[in-house]
Design a protein. Structure first.
Length: 174
């Protein structure tokens, strides 16, 4: 019998549009991208495979697990190319856990585009390298920097702040 650990990398970081009456299932359920189903969380008696009973709203976007998204910025600036309009920057603080030679996911900023109907497209890396140049740098305690937030400057450039050393980057397009 498979258990939660067999699906640990397919439990998603969920993005929802919240309308009146929405049932997102949290914290009792999790959306599993591998199973394409909402499953009952192990903490509430789930086995990681069985679909959760009930009627839940599907996530607008199901992003890869274990990256610690800490901030979301819907971009309405005009500095970046058109491909960065009508979308959101997602700031990932980076995965945690035991040290891995190949590191953990996250430690970057991605851009999630939306079409005219509000449907999300494919996320793309916007800024990375915060942890350091080697894959093993993408581990807690080894990462040089861990992004924690983003803000848009009046000129449309993007500020990204680090939570380890308090560094602030301004990213602009020319």
């Amino acid at each position: 019998m498979q258990g939660r650990n067999d699906h640990i990398d397919t439990v998603s970081e969920e993005m929802h549009r919240i309308d009146k009456g929405a049932n997102l299932g949290w914290p009792y359920t999790l959306y599993d991208t591998g199973l394409q189903a909402r499953v009952l969380a192990a903490e509430y008696g789930g086995d990681g495979e069985t679909p959760a009973p009930g009627d839940y709203d599907l996530p607008l976007a199901a992003l890869p697990a274990h990256q610690s998204p800490l901030d979301l910025l819907f971009y309405d600036g005009r500095q970046f190319p058109a491909s960065y309009k009508d979308g959101a920057f997602i700031v990932y603080h980076g995965g945690a856990g035991a040290l891995r030679p190949d590191g953990h996911r996250g430690y970057d900023v991605v851009f999630l585009p939306f079409d005219r109907n509000g449907k999300p497209g494919t996320p793309a890396t916007f800024a990375d390298g915060f942890a350091g140049p080697d894959p093993g740098d993408r581990n807690p305690g080894k990462a040089a920097y861990r992004p924690t937030g983003a803000a848009m400057a009046p000129d449309g450039s993007l500020y990204v702040v680090d939570g380890e050393k308090g560094r602030l980057w301004r990213i602009s397009y020319q």
